[in-house]
Design a protein around this ligand. Structure first.
Ligand SMILES: Nc1ncnc2c1ncn2[C@@H]1O[C@H](COP(=O)(O)OP(=O)(O)OP(=O)(O)O)[C@@H](O)[C@H]1O
Ligand SMILES: Nc1ncnc2c1ncn2[C@@H]1O[C@H](COP(=O)(O)OP(=O)(O)OP(=O)(O)O)[C@@H](O)[C@H]1O
Ligand SMILES: [Mg+2]
Ligand SMILES: [Mg+2]
Lengths: 227, 227
């Protein structure tokens, strides 16, 4: 489904350069379930942004479904970001002044889905993450874990084939976290590709392969032992 | 050190009322080490905001160091929030357009600390959370876990006697999280009062007492068994 070759991402800070990714090569096939782990600052979110077509590598190539991302048109990229890839951001990135209903509905609006169908899918997504009774709240009228769940609902509402989840349970208690993992496991069983960043071993165990980053490079890339 | 009696916090949403806290009573003595746990949305952050004098209860009383918070002057409250209490927010609440150095320095500026002393204490706090090489970065030029550590450094820079940490390791890998817990354990050994919200049992175990919330009420309040 996707292939990165020698991807480098450097931030130029004037006096110094920060090398967030230092030559990452990675293949992920369709319907894989991959966890990405590594220390704080090791490049996980940067890698996810490259995979999600939200950030351009400084050098190296990224091929998605057989096509070089660097050669795609703006329209193509917009559609990929909105409909093919569902991104749960580490810092949620919700729109502050509108309700969570409108936050979750937005990708469907961009996708040109009809109003009745939008209503049906938006309410279903919000119910699935247990927030039906908070549907009119704005993000700042929610708890941290509730905001995280809105970000998850929004990422899933277009039924994307690739789900990128950057620490989706970081703000959730174990029971609510388990409910979210059930959703992701179910999507994987339905054929989606799941890539999730996590700091927790017990979350990473839901995946079938674990890629570990260290200082912007892949330190290990291991299939899970099926026991 | 602090006493809450029958604290209620209600949010009026027009058509419906959200009862975030439904009558919480709690005593915490000086130099206690308390963890607060409970499901997403159960009222933990709301409780922390009341304790931190950042939010006023709808009813009930809050007494801090023998004085009713409702009777304090604005100046008194400002000093408490800035110098007596160090608050690590669940969503960090950093100032986006200035460097992390300026973010961490700000409480010292408000406290009227001299420039040389501010420099010394700000750099020490930033070094203590392992971010010396990121000192000129702005918050959006940092990883999620790095931002969390800036929020921690800022909360500690005035050497406050009460530390309120709302999920301080949620975005950190286990090694970095352990370093942060070492800092908090050390502060407790020095005599500070530590109150931390966490979803993780192994973090809660650092505390000597665990208060569990459920639907805005205290479900249990237990001293740890020392083994
Ligand atoms: N400004 C607000 N207006 C309306 N409701 C609110 C507001 N802030 C919080 N709430 C509601 O109050 C309840 C308690 O929120 P709080 O942030 O204290 O939960 P929490 O225990 O910290 O949850 P989490 O573990 O997800 O961070 C939630 O159900 C939330 O929706
Ligand atoms: N815009 C930026 N400018 C400069 N440096 C940046 C920028 N964004 C990220 N960095 C740096 O790149 C490195 C990798 O960041 P990234 O967010 O990918 O880490 P991460 O592995 O997701 O960490 P965490 O587990 O803390 O979320 C970090 O050291 C960070 O300071
Ligand atoms: Mg990250
Ligand atoms: Mg909270």
């Amino acid at each position: 489904a996707l292939a990165l070759r020698d991807v480098v991402k450097t931030y130029d800070m004037g006096t110094v350069q920060v090398q967030a990714l230092r030559g990452v090569s990675l293949d992920i096939a369709r319907n894989e379930y991959v966890s990405i782990m590594g220390p704080s600052g090791s490049g996980k979110s940067t890698l996810m942004h490259v995979i999600g077509c939200l950030d351009v590598p400084t050098s190296g190539t990224y091929t998605l479904e057989g096509q070089m991302v660097a050669e795609m048109s703006e329209n193509q990229l917009a559609e990929i970001r909105n409909e093919q890839i569902g991104f749960v951001f580490q810092t949620f990135n919700l729109i502050p002044r509108v309700s969570i209903y409108q936050n979750v509905e937005l990708p469907l609006v961009y996708a040109g889905v009809s109003r009745g169908e939008r209503r049906r899918r938006t309410t279903a997504a919000i119910e699935r993450v247990g927030l039906a009774d908070r549907i009119k709240h704005k993000p700042n009228e929610l708890s941290g874990g509730q905001r995280q769940r809105v970000a998850i609902a929004r990422a899933l509402v277009c039924n994307p084939s690739i789900i990128l989840a950057d620490e989706p349970t970081g703000n959730l208690d174990s029971k609510t976290g388990a409910e979210i993992m059930n959703i992701l496991d179910g999507l994987h069983a339905d054929g989606q590709t799941i890539i999730l960043v996590t700091h927790e071993d017990y979350i990473a165990k839901h995946a079938l392969r674990t890629v570990r980053l260290m200082d912007g490079m892949i330190e290990s890339d291991l299939e899970a032992v099926v026991s």
